[in-house]
Design a protein around this ligand. Structure first.
Ligand code: UDP
Length: 253
């Protein structure tokens, strides 16, 4: 592999300088972490699956007019993306109570929420990604009110899109996290969905059995994580029955 500049290494991905200005190469590792990296393991094949699944979701979003940073998949573990200025927020959308909202508010896991709930967490590992309100975000200058309105609208469109796709293959989208980036074109700024969309950052439950097909399998020691992600990929047609990767989905335009 040609030597290239590493821009950033996170828990599950590495960003390298891209082939052209304004681009980056996003490399998906097999590392799995949970509880702010207190629990760690290497899950063989996870990076390959997440690269494929994120490509699948981001391509679909691009095709319905929800802008993302995704340009194209390069190989099994890498994709070419637009360089963005990441807004330091984790944007979580919930359809059904699970995880932290269940704990914090004492709502049984699996309770449907009366409407999708959008939450913001400040991205700071040292602080454990604390939940913040729009007041904090605006006061500390992480985003403006107009940005937040646009981010909520984007997040809800992603929710509708992902919920529909997953329901089509018998999977309920419980919640998910996205990150949003800014792309500058002179003085003009656009917000796009960035980072990744994969079972690492979603909760996915089988509609019939309630079986978990997401990172909770790892967090809660419920079985083999790669098997769960392979099942999601297989149902979506990203992998055929025998598990070998299919060709890439078409990007319209
Ligand atoms: N999530 C994530 N990264 C984080 C925190 C949460 O991708 O650092 C995802 C998580 O997988 C779930 C959703 O965001 O799909 C909501 O997570 P929650 O707040 O319930 O926290 P958790 O119980 O995962 O700690």
């Amino acid at each position: 592999m040609a030597r290239r500049k590493k821009i950033y290494e996170g828990k599950a991905k590495i960003l390298y300088e891209g082939p052209e200005p304004g681009t980056l190469v996003q490399y998906f590792k097999d590392d799995a972490t949970a509880f702010n990296a207190e629990k760690k393991d290497v899950i063989e094949g996870k990076g390959v699956l997440n690269n494929r699944l994120s490509e699948y979701f981001m391509t679909g979003l691009n095709n319905i007019g929800v802008p993302t940073h995704f340009i194209k998949r390069i190989n099994m573990r890498e994709q070419l993306v637009r360089a963005v200025e990441i807004i330091p927020l984790e944007v979580v959308v919930r359809n059904v109570a699970a995880g932290s909202i269940s704990k914090r508010l004492g709502i049984d896991e699996g309770t449907p929420l009366p409407r999708p709930i959008v939450e913001f967490y400040y991205k700071d590992d040292a602080l454990g990604d604390p939940m913040v309100t729009e007041e904090h975000i605006i006061a500390f200058g992480w985003a403006a009110q107009q940005d937040l309105d646009d981010i909520v609208a984007l997040a809800l469109r992603v929710n509708d899109f992902l919920s529909g796709i997953m329901m089509g293959v018998g999977i309920k989208l419980i919640d998910f996290k996205i990150e949003i980036g800014r792309i500058w074109d002179g003085d003009y700024m656009r917000l796009v969905v960035a980072d990744e969309i994969s079972p690492d950052s979603c909760r996915l439950w089988d509609v019939q059995t309630g079986q978990k097909l997401d990172k909770d399998v790892f967090r809660r020691d419920l079985g083999n994580l790669a098997d769960a992600y392979t099942e999601v990929a297989r149902r979506l047609g990203v992998l055929p029955q025998n598990g070998a990767p299919l060709g890439k989905p078409t990007l319209i335009n």
